[in-house]
Design a protein around this ligand. Structure first.
Ligand SMILES: NC(=O)c1ccc[n+]([C@@H]2O[C@H](COP(=O)([O-])OP(=O)(O)OC[C@H]3O[C@@H](n4cnc5c(N)ncnc54)[C@H](OP(=O)(O)O)[C@@H]3O)[C@@H](O)[C@H]2O)c1
Length: 330
């Protein structure tokens, strides 16, 4: 069996390699075994390879926060899953051809969902939904502003907000995505820059923007905070700049703008296991209906993990890089 391992923390394309590993074996009681059909390369996976992620497991380690798999065997006592079922895995280490996990960590994916989209179900769709739901009680007609709007999370935020009547100001770093994001339901698409707050205020006609969503960090957090109305909230959920968030005293101290962090795991932990499964079922339905969709830039076999990682770090991509460890998707 093949899997990806890192033997040191460093440049992801250098430290990650596809290696031969012992098979996972037969499932024990309460376990399942599945073939990994596809996994995406996410910013957090790259950050884990670099050693800059919040989790730094002992080495060698296998990255991979999410995947879509097809069950090949179930152990004793597993009643609700059977061979052939599609599942996502709520645990990590998914950059491999096969996984053996606790059945309790598997969430079934209904038939009819595009497999590439299902491979990207575990993290970004619920992140988008919880970012919209958990920090400010927005109602139809309200505004939010987000940067990294062309990312998978950013696109899901546009679609999910639009479906609730919430209006979005979408901050991007390139102009060739304006029409695409507007096609998803974006109300305003605007380039980042020093005068962002002036342009954003003008674009919304002076209406209060009560929620700011930031995944760039550094001075970009400050710029988003300048766009947010008095007593509004900025939620930081990523750092594409690799920097820590910067906030001005003017925004925090004088206008009461709050800065909070978001981590999907914490957001899900506030919900019951039943609510988490219901959330995934709802989001899987949206993927199946085509309402939610993350574009795919390219696909690679697992042997070409270094090339896949290199492509995933290239700017100007048109979507996610996916790896297909067991061959082309049916
Ligand atoms: N906290 C959580 O639980 C959680 C969960 C999921 C994701 N995240 C975070 O959410 C962010 C987006 O993830 P994703 O999977 O949706 O990303 P993605 O689809 O891989 O897209 C990455 C985006 O980042 C933009 N970007 C890259 N470097 C940048 C920079 N220096 N300044 C501004 N923008 C930059 C890219 O812009 P272009 O389109 O112009 O290339 C692209 O839109 C990441 O930071 C990720 O770690 C956090």
């Amino acid at each position: 069996m093949k899997r990806v391992e890192i033997n040191a923390y460093g440049a992801p394309e250098e430290v990650a390699a596809c290696v031969e590993a012992p098979d996972v074996g037969a499932p024990g009681p309460g376990e399942i075994v599945f073939d990994v059909l596809a996994f995406p390369i996410n910013p957090a996976d790259l950050s884990m390879c670099r050693g800059s992620y919040r989790l730094a497991p002992s080495l060698p380690a296998t990255p991979g926060a999410e995947c879509i798999g097809r069950i090949t065997a179930v152990g004793a006592g597993v009643g609700d899953l059977k061979p052939g079922d599609l599942v996502i895995n709520l645990q990590r280490e998914n950059w491999a051809q096969r996984r053996r996990i606790k059945a309790a960590d598997a969430v079934p994916v209904p038939g009819g969902v595009d497999l590439a989209q299902a491979a990207m179900l575990r993290i970004n769709p619920p992140t988008a939904q919880l970012l919209i739901e958990d920090h400010v009680a927005l109602k139809s007609g309200d505004w939010l502003i987000q940067n990294v709007a062309n990312s998978a999370v950013g696109r899901h935020i546009i679609v999910l907000a639009h479906s609730r009547g919430i209006r979005t100001v979408n901050v991007v770093r390139r102009s060739d995505v304006d029409d695409t994001l507007k096609g998803l339901g974006a109300d305003i698409v605007i380039a980042d820059g020093a005068d962002l707050a002036i342009r954003a205020r003008e674009a919304v006609g002076g209406a209060p923007i009560r929620l700011g969503i930031d995944a760039v960090a550094g001075d970009a957090t400050k710029r988003i905070a300048e766009c947010v109305a008095d007593d509004g909230v900025v939620v930081s959920y990523g750092s594409m700049s690799g920097e820590d968030c910067v906030m001005s005293r003017a925004a925090m101290g004088m206008r009461g703008v709050g800065l909070v962090g978001f981590m999907l795991g914490h957001g899900l932990a506030k919900r019951s296991p039943e609510a988490v499964r219901a959330l995934y079922a709802e989001l899987a339905g949206k993927l199946r209906d085509g309402a939610l969709r993350a574009p795919v830039d390219s696909t690679y076999p697992i042997d070409d993990i270094k090339a896949a990682i290199t492509q995933a770090q290239r700017g100007g991509r048109n979507g996610k890089v996916l790896v297909l460890p067991n061959g082309p998707l049916a």
